[in-house]
Design a protein around this ligand. Sequence first.
Ligand code: BGC
Length: 371
Amino acid sequence: MKALAVFPAKREARVIDHPESRIVSPTEAKMRVLDVGVCGTDREIVDFQYGTPPEGFDYLVIGHESLSEVVEVGPQVSRVKAGDLVVMTVRRPCSHPSCIACREGRQDFCYTGDYTERGIKSRHGYMTEFVVEEERYLNVVPRPLRDIGVLVEPLTIAEKSLEQLGRIQQRLPWASPVEPGVPPGPGRRAVVLGAGPVGLLGAMALRVSGYDVAVYSRSPQHDEQNDIVTAIGARYIAAETHSIDQLAQLAGPIDVVYEATGASGFAFEVIKHLGPNAVFIFTGVPGRKGPIPVDTDRIMRDMVLNNQAIVGSVNAPPHSFEAAINHLGVFVSRWPDAVRALITRRFPIDQALEPLSSGAGGVKNVVAISS
Ligand code: BGC
């Protein structure tokens, strides 16, 4: 079957003929892949900066944001059936008995670093025609979300981050409860850095969680993203025309920053403008460039004197996938056009390299493997 693979040693990326997987355990299911989203991680893999082939292979089939349809199930599979739409999680546990996180199914917090990730690290991914996977890694998506279900995985990044944020903010027992429809109270002023899919989905999740949201971004897709941001009741602040100081003036004391750019220098500039008791969440994974000067005295002083917290968040557990599926349903009923506008274009697998090139525009590009 067709698959998009990278050969890191040969520095090649192309559509290959990859052997079709078969169900070998009673708890596995086989899926026909429908849509695979393309993200910055995939672009880095295709640029040979990231990504590791599975043992015994000189190539890695990429793709970790997917929507598939179950076509066959093993005799012990009970939660899904043929015809169901599913999104698969990405990370698989390490094998060290001492890794309590992996042993408890929380490989998103793996201690050893020996986890694997489908389409990224030592396991083939989803940019192919059929995939076999254990039932416990499948999350059922309601049929009405067929056209946008591929957005579930990038939304899980925000879902895990928001859960972490909620846990940290429990330290402020007076903070107003998050209630849909209730105007944001103290502690609910959020800035999202970046208007790519992770940023925009994060902004939507923050809005439905009762936050006042400003999205700060430098982007050639300015108009398109501005429309989406405005439609969800958030404010777009363009980095081309507003400095970080101006952002801080416009946004007011910032309680939460959800970073979704991977631009570290820019992020540390924004840290200087956090309000008292603020939380800054990093989700971007910057490429390693040269060191950048940072005003560490000022940042450390402010962090201590203002009880600020900086937290990194990666990957997501199954309950974040459930939260993302539920939230996507809420988003589409509230802002149907804005949510659909997140998907810019669908490409057939033979043209999959096009959206993987760094010049591919748009918000979220998708490889449509089958319909
Ligand atoms: C994926 C995560 C993964 C991370 C690091 C992201 O693009 O969405 O699932 O853990 O990359 O590899």
